[in-house]
Write a protein that binds this ligand. Structure first.
Ligand code: NAP
Length: 271
């Protein structure tokens, strides 16, 4: 891993399922906990050495990077307290789904850098996917700093067009949930065929883990790999015929991503 450019100070607003995973990975990768402050209403401890507060400080240290990690609908309340603390030297990274950059800019006019990020849960083990977006007003150094900070979390993809952000969110942000469902369904289908439930669950999970690791290392596409499993006239082909008939699986996933994408657009309209 290349050297990570850690912020002088990191201020997390909210540290639940998602921001908590990001922070856990950063700490694993060497972020000094003394550089981190977490604001969370519950005041629950986060990690050794990380300061947790339940209210806003009177000022933020110079060159603070703020991670907005609360729920999207809380943005107006958070901004009312946080925006007065943010100066030109503040960088803001927002992981709020369905919250466009222009809306963030309206709440936070002062910071030189506002960056939208869409991570997914496996960032906690360094195998996540994070999409990043910002506009031309943001200096290149701030983009580089964001890339450096996010890179220990897994794959980093800059998105050229913010209009794609909800589609990206549907694919990779929400994607782990769809795959967790798939693992569960694979196991339950095995159980429906007569396998013991616990054994089917273990074997479904290990099959998905092995297949994903193999696909990640292979030079062949996943489609070509599927054909390598399917012996001509054999069992797999019969199963694939069910998934492939009338593009059944493709249509199901397209409908799934469309529903998630549409909710993001609705959230953006709701502000
Ligand atoms: N979950 C995902 O897979 C995922 C993926 C990508 C992006 N996101 C985005 O990440 C954000 C958080 O989602 P999540 O799943 O992590 O939710 P979550 O687990 O419910 O975490 C929300 C956090 O916000 C804190 N909080 C609550 N009210 C607050 C307030 N008024 N001011 C500041 N902080 C407040 C909570 O504090 P306590 O800890 O004290 O309860 C908690 O730490 C959302 O904007 C979501 O769109 C989530």
């Amino acid at each position: 891993m290349t050297d990570i450019f850690w912020p002088d100070h990191l201020f997390l607003v909210g540290c639940g399922n998602m921001a908590g995973q990001m922070l856990a990975r950063w700490l694993d990768c060497g972020l000094d906990p003394a550089r981190v402050t977490v604001l969370r209403p519950s005041g629950k401890p986060v990690a050794d050495g990380v300061r947790v507060v339940t209210g806003y400080p009177v000022a933020l240290p110079a060159d603070t990077t703020v991670l907005l990690g609360m729920k999207p609908y809380q943005i107006a309340d958070v901004a009312a307290s946080l925006a007065p603390l943010c100066g030109e030297d503040t960088d803001i990274v927002s992981i709020l789904a369905g919250t466009p950059l222009a809306g963030l800019r309206a709440y936070f006019p002062a910071p030189r850098a506002l960056i939208r990020a869409m991570p997914n849960l496996p960032v906690g083990i360094g195998q996540g996917v994070t999409a990043l977006y910002t506009d031309a007003a943001v200096p290149v150094q701030a983009r580089e700093a964001a890339t450096s900070l996010i890179s220990p979390l897994g794959l980093v993809e800059w998105i050229a067009d913010e209009a794609r952000f909800n589609e990206i969110t549907a694919l990779s942000g929400c994607g782990p949930a769809f795959l967790f469902r798939f693992i569960d369904a694979l196991a339950r289908a095995g159980e429906a065929l007569g396998l013991p439930a616990d054994q089917a669950a273990r074997m479904a999970l290990a099959t998905v883990e092995g297949a994903a690791s193999m696909a990640a290392r292979a030079s062949d596409s996943p489609g070509a790999l599927a054909d390598r499993v399917a012996s001509p006239g054999g069992m797999t082909r019969q199963g694939l015929n069910v998934l492939d008939a009338d593009d059944r699986l493709l249509k199901l996933l397209t409908d799934t991503l469309s529903a998630a994408r549409d909710r993001g657009e609705e959230m953006a309209r709701e502000g």
